[in-house]
Design a protein around this ligand. Structure first.
Ligand code: C5P
Length: 221
């Protein structure tokens, strides 16, 4: 059976370019975009601010259950520290379950939506008509993230950012709950050697082809 709304799932590791690609795809196809990393970042930051234990699934799960859209605008969520907090709370099944509905409601918008994260094509929207898995080498990703953090005024060494990236890749890919993994039907987009323009263009071509297949399946129904 054909899926009725056009969801684009963009997964991949930190600083692979998936966020920028998701934003560009949203503009190209006229769809709203959800950066699902912000949800986990918010849970991590709010859990820490509450003085609760980040490693306690019940504490972090309760905070995830009370999360609202307005809490995603906080600039503190964009920091390096927030990425680390996010990855710690993201291992908890209770946190992931509490964030499911928010993501499903967003994905169910009539024309469709773009969601970027780690488990969109595997767990959140396994039926998405378009799936991309965006990646790049850890060194290239660390350089991108380092430049971005410097631009935000964070004084951090490249070697520390690379160590963060490797640690997060290992934790996100090795966890039991919705590990970061390429869905079998996701198109691999390796952006290591690409500018953001080239990556966005390659993503557009992948999604256009997926949309043509999806439209044909709608008409056949
Ligand atoms: O994408 P971003 O770097 O903002 O994600 C922060 C962390 O949130 C990731 O390292 C990962 O642990 C977690 N995350 C996740 N599932 C998602 C999005 C993010 O587990 N769909």
């Amino acid at each position: 059976m054909a899926v009725s709304s056009f969801v684009i799932a963009v997964d991949g590791p930190a600083a692979s370019g998936k966020g920028t690609i998701a934003t560009r795809l949203g503009a190209m196809f006229g769809l709203p975009v959800l950066d699902t990393g912000l949800l986990y970042r918010a849970v991590g930051v709010l859990t820490e601010r509450a003085g609760a234990d980040l490693d306690d699934p019940d504490a972090a799960g309760a905070i995830a259950g009370m999360l609202s859209a307005e809490q995603l605008d906080d600039p503190a969520l964009r920091t390096r520290a927030a990425g680390e907090l996010a990855s710690r709370v993201a291992i908890h099944h209770k946190v992931r379950e509490a964030l499911l509905e928010f993501q499903h409601v967003f994905a169910a918008q009539p024309d469709g939506a773009v969601l970027d994260g780690r488990d969109i094509g595997t767990v959140i929207c396994p039926e998405a008509p378009a799936k991309l898995y965006v990646t790049a080498t850890p060194e290239v990703r660390a350089e991108r993230r380092w430049k971005q953090l410097k631009g935000q005024g964070e004084d951090v060494a490249y070697a520390d950012v690379l160590a963060d990236i490797r640690k997060r890749d290992a934790r996100d890919g090795g966890r039991d709950a919705a590990p970061m993994v390429r869905a079998p039907d996701a198109e691999l987009l390796d952006t290591t050697e690409m500018t953001i323009e080239q990556a966005a263009d390659a993503a557009r071509r992948i999604v256009e082809a997926a949309r043509a297949r999806w439209k044909a399946s709608q008409e056949a129904d």
